[in-house]
Each structure stands twice: as structure tokens, then as C-alpha cells.
Design a protein around this ligand. Structure first.
Ligand code: GLN
Ligand code: ZN
Length: 748
């Protein structure tokens, strides 16, 4: 009988040196052909499989590769790539990429956040007429490809219920879940075929059940696995539900005729496994190695956890808590990390070794290698007693500003801004010149003084342009920032940056999240020099520009040895000091960006309030040291508000800017119904499109906005920063924005 043994639930696929990103982008640019791209993909798969086998895993996941996204792969596999992409008459691969990126009039599938991770998936479009059909053989082809290398894989598929729950209906009121039976038919066909091709095990991922689910959704889960589990002539089925506690879905799955269940014992260490007798007939895949963070596992604790389950399940295997998609490939590739920090880290490759050691220890008792690895020194995080004492002494008044009306009066007197004040969100285009300067500085071809001069020249240009366009509140343009989180990480103590720690964000886009490894403090002012320089060039107010504490946490790997709230408070204190220094340097407006406020929201409702409490508190701690006459802005980007709308009010920012151009000012109604009564800047220029909006279009949006918000509280700005755009679009768009404002302002 084939058992699972030690395994991992998924693996990174972009390539240790981002080989897939490069190849895909070259293919898009027409520089390589499809067969060259496929060869890069094949090599990456081969090296992943051989690496996992050589590491000593008992079973290896297959079908974890993707040219873009595993949800899009699933849509392709079952023939539900929308017709508009087929109508383009392209090859299958180009049809797939067209669905991912859009082409001509065929607008791309919507891209949205994958659960509470920083990965983004493409949203399938399903309607009452959707007909699934077997339309591809990717899992089968990759199974054979591995077989030819002598490696048996366990194809990983997105589970049917999660697939439906992630989809968006093409018709109002339609519930994709209504398609379950039709979808189960094609899964049935696929599973049967996989078995016929020699597949022993398949893995079906149902992460949607780590979030709150309705009884109807739970019964869909029950139905799905009654049907799939009940098939004769199928491979053995492992169902996973990672990123959290399966809650009531655990019992549903345990009582359905599947062979194995994977549980995430890192996010949900207290899963009630022992309480479910039905698990006695199943294999329990114990996710005891954190699949989402970068810390080494406490092997003794993990072994004890896995061993404690031995009596509760028929068979216990060891695994990562989730796919390893969200961690970098290999710690050994890093050369610049501090030794004490490195000694605490494990990336994907190191985590695989931990799983192997745990699997051996569970089976045969801890061997010497296990003991050595478990005993290897684990330095304690760097402590900063000063910052700890400051956090400990915080009192409620450290999070409260003067009442809004008082602040608004003081700011009006000081800033003397017109109604419908115009501004931008912070960054101006990151030109080739700027990128070159940064590359030359890194390569040593440009010294710091030379680099600083190039940045100041850029600020000169950006200020002159904004003055000429006639904007009311200016920005310095953020030329010195590679990335809005990385930049702060590089200037704060307690953060480390990696060289190759790339993680897929979506498609070919990767990010390199910093690692928060110790107490956070600010050794010196970070942004003050740039902002003060920009302010010295103009009498108009220049906004100081900071990234907020929640976003810094959301886009970093965070400490797991203390509550997130504590880390957030440390970051907030550093920002609070930065704001004080900006004020002292003559800056009158400071924007604290929190585009990721919504991203860390826990999947389960019962955990959400406490998250909102500490995240809002961190923002307020960062900003409430500002004088009443200093205007605090926040930019929330493309946040979907929903359950966080009250939190936005709780931030107590004087001005909040948000996306609104695509959603046609919908957000104003949301804010109004939530009783929001401070300044607001709904974006009137969709910067994610190269299109230049006309002054008329902008004016139409503004006319709508002035109906909802009085002119002295309404701001006019683009949806987001301009760093990804070119000046050829940005300049006319901002001119149109100002022209429209003048027109509407004259009517007030
Ligand atoms: N100030 C940042 C910028 O303009 C905000 C970016 C963001 O919201 N993601 O680039
Ligand atoms: Zn934004």
C-alpha cells in the first residue's frame, strides 16, 4: 500500500533566479518563441522534481508549475476561458496569456488577492450557460514528464468547490456554486483518466475552507467529496485546506470517502483532530513546517506535535503547513545576510529538509542529523530596550489627535488651499535615468554624492512640472525609492533584505519582501532630506510621503515570536519620529500610505475585530504625534472596503485618498453611509491604464463627487502613484485633471 510519508504541498515555480519571469517576458516581447519558452519551463520542472526527490521526500507534488496562475490553469483545463479570448484566434498559449493580461478589446480576467497572502490569481468568469469540458492535459503531461525522469509525482489540482467559490458570476444573482454537479463531471473524468495513466495520489486544494463558509457551501464540499471519493477506479485523494483552521470543514472532509487530509497546524495549532473519530481510517498530513514564513522550524516541537496525532489518525505524514509558493527558494543563495539572522532562517529548500528530517524521526525516532539540526544554534532576535520601554509606556493619549474640527480650522488657516484642492499620490514616473542611477550606485559606478545629486535633479524637474501644471499640493516624486516598503526596510534597524528572495506576486511579477527579524528602530531620519529639499523649491505645500506600519508588515516577512501588534507598534514609533522630524523641517502635510490595510484582514470573522483594533491603533500611533495644523493624509489604494469601512474612519486621517475612477465613485456612497466626514480624494484618473482621461471625463466624475462631499473637503487626485506610467501620459492627464477642477470649482 502506498502511503504519503513526508511531503510538501507545493513549491515555488518562478525559478531560483526568476528564470520563468525572464523567459515569459521575452516571449511576450517576441524575443523568444514558444518552444524556447517551453524548454525553460521544462528545465524548471525537472530541477524542482529532482531537487525534491534528492532531498529525500517520500512523495512529491506535481502540476505545481504554471506559466501564470494555477486558477487560470484550472479554467483552461476545464475549457472555461471566456469566449472573448478564443475569438482573438490565437494559439492556445497566447489565448491563455491573453486571458491573463488582456489583448485588444478583450479585457483581462480580473486579478485579485489569493486569500490572505500576497499572491494574486485570475478570477474565472462563470455563468448559467457555462459548460465545462476536458480541454487540456497539463496535469497528465507533467505527470509523464516526471515519470520519464524516474520520479512519481502527486498531481496537485485546485479543488472544485474552491474553484467555484473563487469565480465571479457573469450574470447578476447567479451563484457559481450552482455549477457544482457539472464541474464534478469533469473532475470525475480527469481523476479517472489520471488513474488510468498510472497516478497513485492526487492532491485537491480547498483553501477556501480556511475562511468562514455558509452551510450551503459546506454541503457543497460534502457533496463534492462524496462524489469524487466514491468513484471507483480513481487515484487516492488527498484534500488540503491550508492558510488556517478548517473549522467545520474538517469534520465534513473527515467523514467523506477521501484517503487523506492535510491540516495546517502552523496557522491553526489547536485544530480539533482528536475529536474526530472518522480520521482513524485516514492519512493525516500534518502541516507542522510553516509554509508561508521564513523561520526555521523548532524540530522538537514540530515532532512532538506530529507524534501527538499518531493515535488520532490511521497514518500520520509530515508536511509543510501550506504550499511553499510564498517563500523564496534557497537561503544558501544569500551571501549578504547577518550570520545571526541567517541562523534563524529557512527558505523553501531548507524547509524541505526539515520535513524530511521530521518524517524520518516520526518513523524511526530522531537520528543524528535530526539532533544536529535541532540543536544548531538559534540566536535570539536583536532586542532594543529603548524601543521596548517606549512601547510599554504607551498610553491611550499617544493615539489621539485634537478633534477633527479643531484640526481642520488650524489646517485651513495654515495651508490656505482652494476648494477641490489638487494633488497626486506620491510617485512620479520611474524613468530609465532614475533606474540607471540606482544600478550605477549599486555597481559602484556612481558614488553616494553623485547619486544624491541625480535624485535632486529629478526632484527639481518634478517640482517644476507640477508648478507648471498648476497643482495645489506637490510631491517630491519618490525617485529615491525602489519600492515603498523595501525603501523603509533598508533604512530601519531590525529589517534584513535578501538578494534573491523573490516571491511570485502574480504572473511574471515578483517581490522581494524584507524580513523583520528584530526590534525595529530608526537610526536616522529617512525621508526628511528629500522632502525638505523639495519644499525648499516651492512655496506650495509639499507632502511628506511615508509607508504606514500595517503595509510595512503586510509586505514583509514578519517575526513569529511576538504578536504582530507589537511589531506594528515598533514600526509606528519609528514613523512617529519621522513625522516629527518632517514637521521640524517645515513640512505641513504628511501622507502615510496604507494600501495593504485590507490585506492582513484575517480570514475568519471572529479574528477580524482584534486585527482592526491593533492595525488602526498602529496607524494612529504613527500619526497622532503630528500638530493639529499638520495635515495627515492616507492613501488606501485599491482596497476593497467592505468590512473595514469603519476602520477607515478610525484611522482619523484628515484626508483619505482612494481608487474611484474604475469604480465610478462608488466609494463615496460607502463612505457616506459609514458616516465618514473628513477630507476625501476619490481618484479621478485610472493610472493602471495608459489611457489619458479627457478633462470632460474628469469633470463628470467631479460633478458627481461634489454632490456627495463639500468642496472644502473634496480633493482631486489620480487613483494611485504614477511610478509605472510614462511622462507622455502623465503630463497631459494631470493637465486635464487641473483643467477639469478649475471648471468645476468655478461652479461652486
Ligand atoms: N505613495 C505611493 C506612490 O505613489 C503609493 C503607492 C501605493 O498605493 N501602492 O507610489
Ligand atoms: Zn495606490
Amino acid at each position: 500500500m502506498i502511503t504519503i510519508g513526508s511531503t510538501v504541498l507545493g513549491y515555488p515555480r518562478i525559478g531560483p533566479k526568476r528564470e520563468l519571469k525572464r523567459a515569459v517576458e521575452q516571449y511576450w516581447a517576441g524575443k523568444i518563441d514558444e518552444s524556447a519558452l517551453r524548454e525553460v519551463a521544462r528545465q524548471l520542472r525537472e530541477s524542482t522534481w529532482t531537487e525534491l526527490r534528492d532531498a529525500g521526500l517520500d512523495t512529491i507534488p506535481g502540476n505545481t508549475f504554471s506559466f501564470y496562475d494555477q486558477v487560470l490553469d484550472t479554467a483552461e483545463l476545464f475549457g472555461v476561458i471566456p469566449q472573448r479570448f478564443h475569438d482573438l484566434g490565437l494559439s492556445p498559449l497566447d489565448t491563455y496569456f491573453a486571458a491573463a493580461r488582456g489583448r485588444g478589446d478583450a479585457v483581462a480576467l480580473e486579478l485579485t488577492k489569493w486569500f490572505d497572502t500576497n499572491y494574486h490569481y485570475l478570477v474565472p468568469e462563470l455563468g448559467p450557460d457555462t459548460a465545462f469540458r476536458p480541454a487540456g492535459d497539463k496535469p497528465i503531461a507533467e505527470f509523464h514528464e516526471a515519470r520519464e525522469l524516474g520520479i512519481t509525482t502527486r498531481p496537485v489540482l485546485l479543488g472544485p468547490v474552491t474553484f467555484l467559490l473563487l469565480a465571479k458570476p457573469t450574470a447578476a444573482g447567479f451563484e457559481p456554486l450552482a455549477l457544482l454537479d457539472r464541474l464534478l463531471d469533469v473532475y470525475t473524468e480527469l481523476l479517472t483518466r489520471l488513474r488510468a495513466e498510472g497516478v497513485d495520489w492526487v492532491q485537491l486544494d480547498e483553501p477556501a475552507f480556511a475562511a468562514d463558509r455558509t452551510p450551503a457551501e459546506l454541503s457543497a464540499l460534502r457533496r463534492a467529496y462524496q462524489v469524487l471519493g466514491g468513484l471507483s477506479g480513481r487515484p487516492k485523494v488527498l484534500v488540503t485546506g491550508y492558510y488556517g483552521d478548517l473549522g467545520p470543514a474538517l469534520e465534513v472532509l473527515a467523514t467523506s470517502p477521501v484517503d487523506a487530509l492535510a491540516v495546517d497546524l502552523v496557522s491553526a495549532p489547536d485544530s480539533q483532530i482528536a475529536a474526530i473519530p472518522a480520521l482513524r481510517d485516514k492519512t493525516l498530513v500534518a502541516g507542522v513546517v510553516d509554509g508561508r514564513n521564513v523561520w526555521r522550524t523548532d524540530l522538537h516541537a514540530a515532532l512532538a506535535k506530529a507524534a501527538s496525532l499518531l493515535g488520532s489518525a490511521g497514518h500520520v505524514a509530515v508536511s509543510t503547513s501550506s504550499t511553499l509558493l510564498h517563500v523564496p527558494y534557497d537561503l544558501d543563495a544569500e551571501t549578504g545576510l547577518d550570520a545571526d539572522v541567517r541562523a534563524r532562517l529557512a527558505f523553501a529548500r531548507q524547509k524541505v529538509r526539515e520535513v524530511v528530517l521530521l518524517g524520518q524521526a516520526l518513523r524511526n525516532g530522531a537520528n543524528g542529523e535530526f539532533a544536529d539540526e535541532a540543536a544548531r544554534s538559534r540566536p535570539t532576535p536583536r532586542r532594543d530596550d529603548h524601543v521596548r520601554a517606549r512601547v510599554a509606556s504607551l498610553r491611550p493619549e499617544h493615539r489621539v489627535r485634537a478633534p477633527y474640527d479643531e484640526r481642520a480650522d488650524a489646517q485651513r488657516d495654515r495651508l490656505k488651499l482652494p476648494q477641490l484642492a489638487t494633488t497626486t499620490i506620491g510617485s512620479f514616473p520611474q524613468t530609465g535615468d532614475i533606474r540607471r542611477a540606482r544600478a550605477e550606485l549599486r555597481a559602484g559606478a556612481l558614488d553616494q554624492a553623485g547619486y544624491d545629486q541625480r535624485m535632486r535633479d529629478e526632484i527639481d524637474r518634478v517640482i517644476a512640472l507640477q508648478t507648471d501644471i498648476g497643482l495645489d499640493v506637490l510631491v517630491h516624486g519618490e525617485p529615491e525609492r525602489n519600492d515603498m516598503v523595501q525603501y523603509f526596510a533598508e533604512h530601519l534597524d531590525g529589517f534584513a533584505s535578501t538578494e534573491f528572495g523573490w516571491v511570485q506576486s502574480y504572473g511574471s511579477r515578483c517581490v522581494r519582501p524584507p524580513i523583520i527579524h528584530g526590534d525595529v528602530s530608526r537610526p536616522a531620519p529617512i525621508t526628511v532630506g528629500w522632502s525638505a529639499y523639495a519644499q525648499s523649491l516651492t512655496s506650495k505645500p509639499v507632502k511628506g510621503m511615508l509607508t504606514g506600519p500595517v503595509t510595512i508588515l503586510a509586505w514583509s516577512f514578519v517575526r513569529d515570536d511576538q504578536p504582530l501588534a507589537d511589531t506594528a507598534a515598533q514600526v509606528a514609533l519609528a514613523l512617529r519620529d519621522e513625522i516629527r522630524d518632517l514637521e521640524a523641517a517645515g513640512i505641513r502635510i504628511v501622507q502615510v500610505d496604507e494600501p495593504a490595510l485590507r490585506e492582513l484582514l484575517p480570514l475568519r470573522a471572529q479574528d477580524q475585530q482584534s486585527y482592526l483594533d491593533w492595525s488602526v491603533a498602529a496607524f494612529r500611533l504613527a500619526t497622532s504625534g503630528a500638530a493639529p495644523a499638520t495635515q495627515i493624509h492616507t492613501h488606501l489604494c485599491y482596497s476593497e472596503f467592505g468590512e473595514v469601512i469603519d476602520a477607515i474612519d478610525g484611522l482619523d486621517a484628515d484626508v483619505t485618498t482612494i481608487e474611484a475612477a474604475r469604480s465610478k465613485m462608488e466609494v463615496l456612497e460607502d463612505l457616506r453611509s459609514a458616516g465618514f466626514s473628513r477630507g476625501v480624494g476619490p481618484g479621478v484618473y485610472d493610472i493602471h491604464s495608459p489611457r489619458v482621461p479627457s478633462a470632460n471625463e474628469v469633470a463628470v466624475l467631479l460633478v458627481e463627487a461634489v454632490r456627495a462631499v463639500p468642496g472644502d473637503r473634496l480633493w482631486v487626485n489620480p487613483d494611485c502613484g504614477l511610478k509605472t506610467r510614462g511622462y507622455a501620459e502623465v503630463e497631459p492627464a494631470l493637465r486635464n485633471l487641473v483643467a477639469a477642477t478649475l471648471r468645476v470649482r468655478a461652479t461652486l
